[in-house]
Design a protein. Structure first.
Length: 244
């Protein structure tokens, strides 16, 4: 770890246009309690030291004892643009309404999908030799209860475009039909869902079109319209990952 990685009080006046470091470290134990870090640098700010420090909440991350600092820093070094984008996104969306936060997230995705880091990831990633067949969502109604089950167990319920669209339609139906008082979402098989199907991730090469698709079909946009009546039965994995 280089001393230049640490943020010093005098650096609060730094010109961040010329400072190209991908992250900064803050020694909370040595940082003055009454000296605010504002504005935050446009890169991940990692705090080291007591989590009850007055400035701890200003940090993007404070690694716990179970995580080595190298494990945090190495991915930032490998993808500095994505790392900077995600911390800036999280800072901006903290006080936003959920729908506005989803729009901001989609803008960030679109920007990164047009960048070199994403292109490198796409070039290095080997597509599945045997792509999983598509799936769907089984929807049934029992009185005032709408049951929705992600039915793609052979792919650990990875969400492809078909599952995405059917989830969106199902939740929009629940949001607009006032006779529905409860929505139950579950996943078929040994895990709830392994997140987006990476065989499809990034395949829409035009970032503007990708943003348009997310704006119109992202299930989360429909879920927030009826979130008060949604129950989710989770078993096994529930992560954002590849199903392979």
């Amino acid at each position: 770890m280089d001393k230049s990685d640490f943020l010093a009080p005098w650096m609060l006046r730094a010109d961040w246009r010329e400072d190209m470091r991908p992250y900064v470290l803050v020694d909370l134990a040595a940082w003055p309690d009454d000296l605010a870090i504002a504005p935050l640098p446009p890169v991940p700010v990692i705090g080291l030291g007591p989590s009850d420090h007055p400035l701890a909440k200003r940090m993007d991350l404070i690694p716990n004892q179970d995580i080595s600092l190298d494990a945090v820093i190495e991915p930032i070094r490998e993808t500095p643009q994505a790392s900077a984008a995600i911390v800036q996104l999280l800072r901006v969306t903290e006080g936003l309404e959920v729908d506005d936060a989803l729009t901001a997230e989609s803008f960030a995705y679109a920007m990164l999908q047009a960048g070199n880091e994403h292109a490198r990831w796409m070039a290095q990633r080997r597509p599945s030799q045997f792509p999983a067949p598509s799936g769907g969502v089984v929807i049934s109604r029992h009185g005032h209860v709408l049951e929705m089950r992600i039915a793609r167990p052979w792919a650990r319920n990875a969400i492809d475009h078909v599952v995405r669209d059917e989830l969106f339609d199902g939740f929009m139906f629940a949001a607009t039909d006032t006779s529905i008082s409860r929505v139950r979402l579950s996943g078929e098989g040994r895990c709830f869902s392994m997140g987006a199907d990476l065989d499809e991730f990034g395949t829409t090469r035009d970032p503007a079109i990708a943003h348009t698709i997310r704006s119109r079909t992202l299930p989360a946009r429909a879920i927030i319209r009826c979130s008060g009546i949604v129950e989710v039965d989770i078993q096994g994995g529930c992560v954002g990952s590849d199903w392979n």
